[in-house]
Ligand binder design. Sequence first.
Ligand code: HEC
Ligand code: HEC
Length: 269
Amino acid sequence: MNTVRIIRMDAVQSPAHSRMMMRCEAMDRLARNRPQRALRTGRFIVMRSLLCAFVIQAAGPARADDKAATIGATIAVQGASRDRPACAACHGVDGAGQPDVGIPRLAGLHASYIADQLGYFASGKRRNPIMSPYAEALTPDQRRAVADYFAGLPIPAPVDAVSAPPAQLERGRALFQRGDAQTKLIACTQCHGPNGVGVGSFTPRLAGQSGPYIADQLHRWRDGDPRDPRGSYMQAIAARLSSDDIEALAAYAASLDPKPGGSQRSADR
Ligand code: HEC
Ligand code: HEC
């Protein structure tokens, strides 16, 4: 898992690679700042995938036994096949996602959680018209490799400050930290950990996750869609939430520091 970081850092060592890396990251930023435009432009996605793939390819695999890490990095940054853009085209080279358009961050999630979700998308147990085709195109080994890649990335700082009215954040904080005795809502922290950083492969990190993405998942559970076989926990939780509370919880969770303490890595097992 460390290998991936080594690959990326090797790429920075030579000036040519370093320039490519910077341009790859600049395209990433552009995609994030102007998501609608970038996402709709096939040429942009392809350009960026090629450029960023070069960064990884130029660095080359560090050792022969790093094959799985190389496969994961290639799928993430170059794409699994020619007709599929890379995961990074939507989730970012740094795995930070595109919070404002509801594309979740993957860096900071546990490798097993990511691999499980990819398996659910691939088998149709979890459905999303944008995401499902990418998971379907991968073998179980490829899903594991790309999950390890994203889980091994350092957790990026939030891209934008969450702009929500103080009263909404306060309502979100109260529900998140304490739950609600009246509606018998359990505090989110009971399962997602004290700072919403997630608990191993059981619950995903919510801290710093895209607010619109969190709200969307909660609405879906509340509407009765189990999302995937483990979704029954969240269906029971979401059933107790009003739409205002969903917005408040999403804003609060998005505003939480994704790595309290500074050095946490999702790949720790
Ligand atoms: C065209 C854009 C796009 C591409 C390319 C893409 N994704 Fe996604 N991904 C999404 C969207 C949108 C969602 C949210 C789906 C939902 O709401 O259920 C998502 C969700 C996910 C999730 C669920 C995260 C969670 O917290 O539950 C994982 C894991 C994931 N993607 C991994 C990948 C991997 C690995 C690849 C490359 C093989 C990839 N994605 C390629 C758009 C994309
Ligand atoms: C009883 C345990 C439990 C409690 C309490 C709980 N969750 Fe969850 N949550 C889970 C589990 C398990 C999953 C993974 C579900 C899956 O794989 O479909 C999850 C997943 C999620 C996700 C999906 C994240 C992603 O990356 O896709 C969101 C959003 C979420 N929970 C929000 C909340 C909020 C907000 C609260 C508090 C109101 C809360 N949860 C309370 C168990 C819990």
